[in-house]
Design a protein around this ligand. Sequence first.
Ligand code: G6P
Length: 450
Amino acid sequence: VVSNRGPLSFRRDDHGALEARRGAGGLVSSLGPLVQGTGASWIAAALSEDDRAAAGAGVVEAEGFRTRMLAIDPDDHRMAYDVISNATLWYLHHGLYDLPRRPIIDGRWYEAWDAYRRVNKAFADTVAAEAPNGAVVLVQDYHLALVGGMLAARRPDLAAVHFSHTPFCGPNSIRVLPEAVAVELLRGMTAYRACGFHTERWARAFAACCRDVLGSEPATFVSPLGPADDVREVAASSACEDGLRWVGNVAGDRKLVVRVDRIELSKNIVRGFLAFDHLLASRPEWREHVVFLALVYPSREGLADYLAYRNEVASTIERINRRWATPSWTPIVLDDSDDYPRSVAALRAYDALLVNPIKDGMNLVAKEGALVNERDGVVCLSRDAGAWDELGGAAVEVHPYDLLATADALHAALTMGPSERAQRAKSLHDTVAARTPKHWLDEQLAAAHR
Ligand code: G6P
């Protein structure tokens, strides 16, 4: 397995010795349990000084993972990660650019693209040097689009596939990149045996880009990922019971709307609050009778946009609470502690779960909610989340830009009768439970051997 963020992160203990811990992030929590204990190698970038020190030790075996950390030049990694992966490719694939202003493709951007190439080459060099003959190589996400092309020439024996956990942009958006860069990116990806996506929609968009820019048809496959079994174990833990008590104190006997997200532009967090504000304004019967619990936590703060968005999230909540709060009721409660058992407790307890991204590769929160919710809660889901393709039939549709429609969706969810709620909740649960991450892994291996 090859990814930017790995399954382990390192820290110094009190005696200055390096200590391995389970790495953060969604990718590791889904893929980690599949790889743990299998003896497969996982190659990832060193993300901190302590990771870098661990990288010097070669392969590290801990927590059931066999990990190789790459000590990439920190400036190269920062430029590749911040400027190309996060501020360019992530923005393109999620439709986040305000095109009259951004992107600005200047000299610094081209330097960052060179850094992105060097980072991809460092990964490709390591795979080429270490992968056993004929090995399957599963490369994850937009950080590593070029590795396929770099490996194809040097190690044709390897069966390398690429999987995008994001959406993929269409031909008009890919042309925001300089022509030569779009060609290099897509050639890098089409050199893999196949490129996988969570839904047919993203696979079709990628194929349309390849036809348009390269004039060729790529090999693709579709393989939706589901939540790890972990979530059910956490739901049954005593930490989660503590979380449930905390959630109970927050909501009391009021209806409960929940969202759980990284503070991320594509998640459309601010519009979710504005829609809730509209609900309270247009339907006074909800005042004092519903609480919106937002478990949202900071992410990618190396980017100014993300810092600004975090402030906007906080100030929007303050404004709405100032407008509606009473001595005994706070309409929106923010928790940014990133406490996973507490988040799972909120998922067990919601009456309505708001998942309204502008665009999302999959969105595992919608699926985790469907698995662990205990109140026949309703999922209000954006049709621009990949999860819509599997859950759309039983979720309530959210139009991510339309505040009035989003408020209507919340109202519909909160007033739905018990039998319809039960029927929809069962359908969501059964759909999600039918596919485990093991299905996803098997499909990667099948694509590699095709
Ligand atoms: C989300 C996306 C993944 C991506 C990851 C990177 O989880 O769904 O596609 O790999 O973010 O997050 P990071 O914090 O490493 O930038």
